[in-house]
Design a protein around this ligand. Structure first.
Ligand SMILES: Cc1cc2nc3c(=O)[nH]c(=O)nc-3n(C[C@H](O)[C@H](O)[C@H](O)COP(=O)(O)OP(=O)(O)OC[C@H]3O[C@@H](n4cnc5c(N)ncnc54)[C@H](O)[C@@H]3O)c2cc1C
Length: 597
């Protein structure tokens, strides 16, 4: 067990890390959080798969990821005869990781057809949980995995007969030599956030379309099927005039399609995955869905990718916390393990709160995703606002958590032989791509204004708080209800001010909304834990109340001199997910009831 191993070995000069641990077994919180959101038989079915993934993530995948990052892909523009080939050469370690993600764990297939012993497509919460375990070791590859998965979704929803059957079958292959990987080329020099400014054009030709133009950021640039936007000649300006097209890498006669990969980007992170610049030089393309709804259909892929990004941010946050904990428990300073020093405990608790709240958000969003897909309109409205909210808050926070975890490892944290620099680099990308944070925050505003997103979100939170049963958890729930009332009033005021003020308020407002949502999820988990017949405990309530205090009730700049159960007497129990009695949380609850607004 993580606790005994690292604590016993605490020593001066020790430099432990988390490699070699089973990332599933080392994370009992994951099992608890997932059990709450899956049927018992489904949980029993997936647990061995998660355990296997935990072993892979802590060992083989971690090693491969390190190797792949040191050996980034190369663009081969010409062959020996001077003919244009535009191929990307990947290191064998990257290919081995592809076999793990696409093959062994079938991550791009599982939402579309039964795999891994399921009789139907797997629940999203499981897909996110499995990815979360693996992404703790490798971030970059999960961009192609997600795009392949999301492209299959778009084609299933909007594609013609052939696209829905032939292409989706290849996109969901688990045999690597038959697999078609997906990509999404949208961003242009003229239009990233402002996609409507795109300049690529589409011309009708026999049996399809021909595309002309340049795409400026193209991840998984060597993909077999590319979803892209272009403006049919004569179509109106802006996003309304954009059509959605599918560009195959190879033409039916086996020759390469007419687009060039100009060069690969020299990136800060995800260095093992190829992002390139592409020129369409009359590339053959198939139309996807209705021409006039191109952008709306593309947003299905974008939104599914945004949630996947939130999941990946949760994974980076978890690994960051795990590394900080292992390092601080194993290393001595001033006569004690670092993890016993009060101020280091504060750092660790902050990271733990980020990690557990992020996981709860991702798993809940996954469950809502399934309900929305099953036709639940209310869940659809909720997902509309949860998607940008999760992307904004989790990705933004992962930048902070990975940075703090780097510092918790001291100088070693800054050295490339340790995992921290990679976590930090990747975390910074999460909040830039798939819509940078400001753009995402404005999408939350759009969800509020056009789609009644605030009503859906507040109803979801309110319902959860009302369902709390344990008396102590309900007391904490009352504090969250107070925050809900204040936030509702704030959103009502937001609706009454001018657009510039609305936009300017969105960063902080998104933070507040996301935190309240997360707090309600932690309370729900606390209620389930307290209500367990055999092992009832208030460990999660400690986490939830600490979260409420630090993220919602006491202003961030304020100095807190009150009780700190998670960082104090109950620290070990909280980080080891061991039972915690009611007394642990009472003083903090009482102090908050007195001091909080
Ligand atoms: C490594 C990497 C891989 C990528 N892969 C892909 C890919 O595969 N496919 C693809 O299509 N794209 C890809 N992208 C592009 C990415 O999605 C865009 O870079 C991103 O959406 C931002 O667009 P932009 O770069 O044009 O920035 P801009 O649109 O110029 O934005 C610059 C800044 O302004 C902010 N901003 C924009 N509008 C507003 C507003 N109204 N109010 C306030 N602030 C605003 C943005 O939030 C951002 O911070 C990738 C990017 C990177 C870095």
């Amino acid at each position: 067990m993580l606790d005994t191993r690292t604590r016993r070995e605490a020593a001066y000069g020790a430099m432990p890390d988390a490699s070699g641990l089973n990332f599933y077994d080392a994370d009992p919180n994951l099992a608890r959080a997932l059990r709450l959101r899956l049927e018992p038989d489904v949980f029993a079915h997936v647990e061995p798969i998660l355990r296997e993934a935990g072993e892979v993530a802590g060992g083989e995948l971690d090693r491969l990821a390190r190797e792949a990052e040191r050996n980034p892909p190369r663009l081969i523009t010409f062959n020996a005869r001077g003919e244009r080939v535009d191929e990307v050469e990947y290191h064998p370690s990257y290919r081995a990781m592809e076999r793990v993600a696409f093959g062994r764990f079938a991550l791009a297939a599982m939402s579309h057809r039964p795999v891994l012993g399921f009789r139907a497509p797997a629940p999203h919460a499981f897909k996110y949980a499995l990815s979360y375990v693996l992404v703790q070791s490798e971030f970059g590859l999960f961009c192609p995995v997600n795009m392949t998965d999301s492209l299959a979704r778009v084609l299933r929803l909007f594609g013609d007969e052939r696209q829905r059957h032939v292409h989706v079958a290849r996109l969901t292959e688990t045999e690597l030599d038959r697999l078609y990987q997906g990509a999404m080329f949208m961003t242009e020099k003229a239009g990233g956030s402002d996609v409507g400014a795109s300049e690529s054009v589409a011309r009708p030709v026999d049996g399809g379309w021909e595309l002309w133009g340049e795409k400026w950021f193209c991840s998984n640039v060597s993909a077999d099927l590319i979803l892209t936007l272009a403006r049919p000649e004569g179509a109106p300006p802006g996003t309304k005039g954009l059509g959605l097209f599918l560009v195959p890498k190879r033409l039916p006669d086996g020759t390469r399609n007419r687009y060039r990969i100009e060069r690969l980007k020299d990136k800060l992170g995800t260095r093992d995955m190829a992002t390139g610049e592409v020129t369409y030089a009359g590339a053959f393309a198939e139309q996807v869905g209705e021409l006039s709804r191109g952008f709306v259909q593309m947003m299905v892929m974008v939104n599914s990718s945004r949630l996947s990004n939130a999941m990946r941010a949760a994974a980076l946050t978890r690994r960051a916390y795990l590394e900080a904990l292992v390092a601080a428990r194993g290393r001595m300073a001033f006569g004690a393990p670092l993890a016993d020093l009060p101020l280091m405990r504060e750092t660790l608790v902050e990271l733990l709160l980020d990690s557990e709240s992020a996981l709860a958000a991702v798993l809940h969003a996954g469950a809502v995703f399934d309900r929305a897909d099953a036709g639940d309109a209310e869940a659809g409205r909720l997902l509309r606002v949860l998607t940008p909210l999760a992307k904004f808050s989790l990705c933004k926070r992962a930048r902070w958590s990975t940075g703090e975890a780097m510092e918790a490892r001291g100088g070693n944290g800054y050295i490339e032989e340790w995992v921290n620099p990679r976590l930090l680099r990747d975390a910074h990308l999460g909040s830039i791509w798939e819509g940078s944070s400001n753009v995402i925050a404005l999408d939350v505003l759009r969800a509020i204004e056009r789609d009644d997103g605030d009503t859906a979100l507040f109803a979801d939170i309110e319902g959860r708080l009302a369902r709390l049963r344990d008396p102590l958890v309900r007391r904490a729930g009352a504090l969250a209800s107070g925050a809900l009332t204040r936030l509702r009033a704030l959103v009502a005021r937001l609706k009454a001010v001018d657009r510039p003020e609305q936009e300017a308020a969105m960063w902080r407002l998104c933070e507040r909304l996301a935190r309240l949502w997360a707090a309600s999820l932690l309370l729900e988990e606390a209620d389930a834990e307290a209500g367990e017949r055999a092992n009832g405990s208030y460990r999660k309530l400690v986490v939830a109340v600490e979260y409420l205090r630090r993220r919602l009730l006491v202003p961030e700049g304020e100095v807190w001199l009150g009780p700190r159960p998670a960082a104090g007497q109950w620290f070990d129990a909280v980080v080891d997910c061991a039972p915690v009695p009611a007394e642990a949380v009472m003083p903090l609850l009482e102090a908050l009831a007195e001091e909080a607004p």
